[in-house]
Design a protein around this ligand. Structure first.
Ligand SMILES: C[S@@+](CC[C@H](N)C(=O)[O-])C[C@H]1O[C@@H](n2cnc3c(N)ncnc32)[C@H](O)[C@@H]1O
Length: 387
């Protein structure tokens, strides 16, 4: 496919997404009905689509319409490639027509410039203050790809060398012992030997930081209450914790056993009904369901899907899981509440609400990280259960 035909394909896929399909469904459907497209074409179309979703409103403004064509026209105007891509030749999109003239982004309302639904800006402003617009600018480009080296199996130096043998270039992340950033050929990671052998896991630096900050000691009994696919459970087990993983939806945990086997660590999974006999734990980690606002570079469709009602619903769930986690901690033990959101309503406000409703815990620390070049936005609060 020519570069212009890939732009035309991205327009088709975006129109489906704007009609309500998820990005994965729209991309897979396009792939099935265009079997001639090679893997490089698919990757390029995917990149166009995800970038267009990150910058949906600003590109739409610049392109003159909120449709797939308008957004991609805006994207190509920003890239300075309109004449080349919108030529109407072969499979290229048609030439620019009257009514599709460029609009200056400086004339757009702030929410359009920031590429965020208007109501959400209040939440970002409350959390990030004067830094908001600058930080939202970072959400307009692709996130870095980061690895956690499995200290139980290897060293960063060895992993760097093994990946280099497969033409995957990685560099250490300053100040983080086990974190590497992939700077070339990131799409090959999941097929690489070190990944298959459990020497590495894909994990953002902010999540790694939250787990390292726990300073787990060997044989501490840890409950990962909202374990999902087990990313944090694996990191805690690699630090020596005796980890029990739990999720309200056990289907989400199906990959934990094979991932733990690959990493050479042991993780028990437990159903909700089994927790009472396993408690109390030394550490309970509550990685609560959240808006994901710190990770929207990776999942840009989510910011357009979130509603005020859903955000409110999430805060109710967050209060509930935090209280559930608190019941499972031993006296003198540690409770951690974490989200990958930057919104105060999901973070500090939930902690305040917990402190009001649950006596017997002391708040030790709160750490918020805004999205930055070397990591996602993340929040965690640490409590101890008083005697
Ligand atoms: C942020 S995700 C977890 C991500 C995971 N810890 C990781 O590192 O990959 C939140 C998880 O909480 C689970 N969840 C929602 N409500 C819950 C509840 N009341 N108790 C336990 N888990 C719950 C969801 O099914 C979801 O898998």
């Amino acid at each position: 496919m020519t570069p212009a035909a890939r732009v035309a394909a991205a327009i088709e896929v975006l129109d489906e997404i704007f009609d309500g399909a998820t990005p994965e469904k729209a991309l897979t459907g396009w792939g099935r009905s265009h079997r001639f497209a090679g893997s490089k074409d698919r990757a390029a179309i995917r990149d166009h689509v995800f970038q267009a979703l990150r910058c949906k409103t600003s590109y739409g403004w610049i392109g003159g319409a909120a449709s797939g064509r308008g957004v991609m026209l805006g994207a190509m105007r920003v890239a300075g490639q309109v004449n080349e891509m919108f030529s109407g030749v072969g499979h290229a999109p048609n030439e620019v027509e009257a009514g599709e003239e460029a609009r200056s982004i400086s004339d757009a309302p702030r929410w359009i410039q920031c590429d965020m639904p208007e109501w959400m800006l209040t939440h970002f402003d409350a959390a990030l203050g004067a830094q908001t617009d600058k930080i939202l600018e970072t959400l307009k480009s692709r996130a870095g790809v980061f690895l956690r080296v499995n200290a139980a199996r290897s060293t960063t130096a060895e992993v760097i060398a093994l990946l280099a043998d497969e033409n995957i270039v990685t560099v250490p992340v300053e100040g983080m012992n086990y974190a590497l950033q992939v700077v070339e050929n990131e799409r090959r990671i999941a097929l690489s030997r070190p990944y298959a052998d459990g020497l590495i896991e894909l994990q953002d630096t902010s999540s790694q930081h939250a787990i390292l900050a726990l300073n787990l000691t060997k044989s501490q009994r840890v409950l990962d209450l909202c374990a999902g696919g087990g990313g944090k459970a694996l990191a805690m087990a690699a630090q020596g914790g005796e980890v029990t993983a739990h999720d309200i939806d056990p289907n989400r945990m199906v990959d934990i056993a094979p991932r733990a086997d690959r990493a050479g660590v042991k993780i028990n999974t437990a159903q909700t009904s089994e927790l009472a006999k396993l408690q109390p734990f030394d550490v309970v980690f509550v990685d609560a369901p959240c808006s994901g606002s710190g990770t929207w570079r990776r999942n840009p469709a989510a910011k357009w899907e979130l509603t005020e009602d859903r955000l409110k619903e999430l805060t109710t769930i967050q209060d509930k899981v935090l209280l559930q986690g608190a019941q499972r901690v031993r006296t003198g033990g540690t409770l951690v509440y974490a989200t990958c959101s930057v919104f105060d309503v999901e973070n500090g406000e939930r902690v305040q609400s917990f402190m009001k409703s649950a006596c017997g815990f002391s708040l030790l620390s709160q750490t918020s990280t805004a999205p930055h070049l070397l990591g996602d936005g993340f929040y965690f609060a640490e409590f101890t259960k008083d005697a």
